[in-house]
Design a protein around this ligand. Structure first.
Ligand code: NAD
Length: 458
């Protein structure tokens, strides 16, 4: 897209914002309800686009994309009036007579850049926050999910004034042309390498940024565990969307004593979920494109295959695969896998497991399976990650009361529910004073007496 076009779109959004249209909370609620109607009315088309891009089943498409967005939208609409109101806070005695307030203020125009793995949700969920907080938004969906990208372009154009919300489709070049402009907020979801470019571009305009990145989220299995349930949950998390989920368990870190049984149970679970030939299962996804297919196929060479390992380039199919004892310095254990390959690493003592976790970049999610409450607490207090599930995987995502986001290498900033509103809001500090009291001692020339008084008061 030509830069002049982008400039024209941004000018239009600034004019819309400056005219104050987005300020009344009633306007924001109306827009959110229009978005809800658009999602409900176009559910079939959305699920078909997800099917076309990622071969997601309708259940998966609804449960993990449309449904999650609708839940968060409803949660936010119910509470928005309260959040958007100026809030009075205590005033310091120095400020008396007077009152102190926090005025929630939108940033202006937000740029939202999404990835391909949840191509609908990861554009719409941040958009809900941006609208709720009173911003305009330019959306750049991933070009690697073209059916969803064009569906979003149509749906947004049918629902919103382009001065308020608009979609610009395109690839990295288009994203770069957008980033050259001055936005008031940038919300990016995707890989860390591009995340760094986003941060660099934002620095030129001092634009605040949220980075929702990925990483290697471990699933740790303690000895005191219901191993069958733990394994089923890990296998479900790893092979949903063929492993192309930012919070999928990346690898299993298993107490050495549980290793053999874990592998046997994982094999059985894969067979139970996807049948003897997962390629024929309607519930098993495909790899997004040839580049990622080749990347994943190359990973299979870095360890001994305990299950699966079959590939079919023409179908971009990689079987649900277990890899036993990969070398820790191999790409399998150094890079985010983002595909249906589960390396299994063992540990001998729990102390060593914690050391192993802390020696690596902080993950987006950490999963710990154990009945041992003391060990659960140790994981919670002695390791750092964006979020944690105890005895499950991924489900912490679908709770609008919980903040979602990474820490360290897995990203910065949080969203969902109240956190989405806060992300797109500048909480403006306000002090209101009357004229009727004006103590002379606050002005120059200062006296030693004033210093003595101040010392006594703090
Ligand atoms: P990606 O980094 O390739 O692309 C994401 C977006 O960035 C796309 O819209 C793309 O057009 C744009 N982009 C690509 N190159 C760019 C460039 N040079 N300059 C500007 N923009 C550019 O990411 P992806 O492969 O689409 O997604 C996979 C990654 O995203 C994984 O690492 C995964 O963990 C992460 N992810 C994180 C979350 C989360 O919520 N934290 C969710 C989903 C995916």
């Amino acid at each position: 897209m030509a830069d002049t076009n982008i400039t024209a779109i941004l000018d239009r959004q600034r004019a819309f914002y400056d005219a104050g249209h987005t300020r009344p909370v009633e306007f924001r609620l109306r827009q959110l309800r229009a978005l809800e109607r658009a999602m409900r009315g176009n559910e079939r088309a959305i699920l078909a686009a997800l099917q076309a891009d990622l071969r997601k089943s309708d259940v998966e498409g609804f449960a993990t994309e449309v449904g999650v967005a609708l839940e968060d939208l409803k949660h936010i609409c119910r509470r928005l009036k309260g959040w958007a109101r100026p809030r009075r806070v205590p005033a310091h005695w120095v400020q008396l007579p007077g009152s102190a307030w926090v005025y929630p203020e939108p940033y202006g125009t937000a740029l939202i850049i999404g990835p391909w793995n949840f191509p609908f949700l990861l554009i719409v969920a941040p958009l809900i926050g941006a609208i709720a907080a009173g911003n305009c938004a330019v959306l750049k969906p991933s070009e690697l999910a073209p059916a969803t990208s064009s569906l979003l372009a149509r749906l947004i154009a049918d629902t919103f004034d382009p001065g308020h919300v608009t979609v610009i489709e395109g690839d990295a070049q288009v994203a770069q042309a957008l980033l050259a402009q001055r936005f008031d907020y940038i919300f990016y979801t995707g890989g860390a390498a591009v995340g760094k470019l986003i941060l660099q571009a934002a620095a030129q305009h001092l634009t605040p940024v949220t980075l929702e990145l990925g990483g290697k989220s471990p699933a740790v299995i303690d000895a005191d565990v219901d191993l069958e349930t733990a394994t089923r949950r890990i296998v479900w998390g790893k092979f949903t969307n063929a492993g192309q989920i930012c919070i999928a368990p990346d690898y299993a870190l298993v107490d050495r004593r549980m290793r053999d049984e874990f592998i046997a149970l994982a094999r059985a679970a894969i067979r139970e979920f996807f049948g003897d030939d997962p390629q024929r299962s309607p519930d098993y996804g495909r790899i997004i494109n040839e580049r990622h297919f080749n990347r994943l196929r190359a990973l299979l060479a870095h360890g001994s295959i305990a299950h699966g390992g079959e590939t079919d380039a023409a179908d971009r199919y990689i079987a649900p695969t277990l890899i036993d004892a990969p070398a820790l310095d191999s790409p399998l254990m150094q890079e985010e896998i983002f595909g249906p390959v589960l390396p299994i690493v063992t540990y001998d003592t729990f102390d060593n497991a914690i050391r192993f976790l802390n020696a690596r970049p902080r993950p987006l999610a950490l999963y710990f399976f154990s009945r041992n409450v003391a060990n659960q607490e140790r994981i919670l207090r002695e390791t750092s990650s964006g979020g944690v599930c105890i005895n499950d995987v991924m489900l912490h995502y679908a709770n609008s009361h919980l903040p979602f986001g990474g820490v360290g290498a897995s990203g910065m900033g949080k969203y969902h529910g109240r956190y989405s509103f806060d992300t797109f809001t500048h909480p403006k500090a306000v002090l209101k004073k009357p004229f009727w009291l004006d103590i002379r001692q606050r002005y120059m020339p200062y006296s030693d007496k004033l210093l003595r008084l101040l010392r006594r008061l703090v």
